[in-house]
Design a protein around this ligand. Structure first.
Ligand SMILES: [Zn+2]
Ligand SMILES: [Zn+2]
Length: 272
């Protein structure tokens, strides 16, 4: 969807100055490289029916951003592994084990730009209460897919009032307000991080892919991210309860993978 209002907001330094939180909820500024117009990104799904509604809704919610032109298609990839697809997003669900986490999102960076991303939704928790409820599936699916585009949380305290966005950690997804969809601030963040021309793109669904990426090899297909924290690399950030929730693993040659973790209530890396 096309941008109209956005440029005025971006040109107005006052918006940012008056609202210091404005620019702080992107995930390190990480984004898919593109030309600053609506970026076509393919979102592949290797999911079973209990996730159709929440994942489908999250894709259409994020597609409402005037920076993203998402297309979704089902994938035959093994959801248990969820091996990333170069230049695309892959969303999977499986019983990944009682490892404490409800969902993880991983982004692979090539020369600083996202070149592939995955979301894993953990049925080992989501198959039973309370996480088998639509609001929990919506919160986690929406948040993990949001991370795949480079968004961060707006709030990381679990027991304060909801902000009305899935990018807000909560123990009560229904609120009110409900944290089951993005809010306008998330779309503003996407505008801030995507509204520039990189001169090439890392999204294979874009017609510019490979054409304008002068002097840069196309993203290679990386290995899948594992299911235990030991496989995610070094912890670089903790959530409101002190649990490490962002990890980075250096893959060499300017490549790295970052993983965002959504821990279950009362669970953590040492307590599944
Ligand atoms: Zn860029
Ligand atoms: Zn998260």
């Amino acid at each position: 969807m096309k941008k109209l209002i956005v440029r005025a907001a971006l040109l107005s330094g006052a918006v940012i100055a008056l609202n210091p939180a404005f620019a702080n909820h992107s995930w390190g500024g990480y984004h898919w490289a593109g030309d600053g117009s609506e970026l076509p990104i393919k979102v592949n799904t290797a999911i079973t029916s209990q996730w159709n509604s929440s994942v489908g809704t999250s894709i259409s919610d994020w597609n409402s951003s005037n920076e993203l032109a998402l297309s979704s298609q089902t994938s035959s990839r093994d959801p248990k592994k969820c091996s990333p697809i170069a230049g695309q997003v892959l969303v999977c669900n499986s019983a990944y084990g009682k490892r404490g986490w409800l969902g993880i999102a991983s982004i692979w960076l090539t020369s600083g730009h996202i070149s592939q991303a995955t979301t894993k939704l953990n049925d080992s928790y989501h198959n039973s209460a309370p996480y088998n409820q639509p609001e929990w599936r919506a919160l986690v699916a929406c948040q993990e897919v949001g991370h795949d585009f480079g968004l961060d949380h707006q709030d990381e305290t679990f027991d304060n009032p909801n902000l009305g966005t899935c990018m807000d950690y909560t123990n009560s997804p229904l609120g009110p307000p409900a944290n089951t969809h993005p809010n306008s601030h998330d779309y503003q963040e996407l505008n801030l991080i995507y509204d520039h021309d990189d001169g090439f793109t890392t999204a294979t669904a874009s017609t510019n892919f490979g054409i304008r990426q002068v002097g840069k090899a196309p993203p290679r297909e990386e290995a899948a991210i594992g299911d235990s924290p030991a496989e995610w690399g070094r912890a670089i950030h903790a959530d409101g309860q002190g649990r490490p929730d962002v990890f980075v693993k250096d893959l060499g040659a300017g490549r790295k993978v970052l993983t965002h973790v959504f821990w279950a209530i009362g669970k953590g890396p040492n307590n599944g």
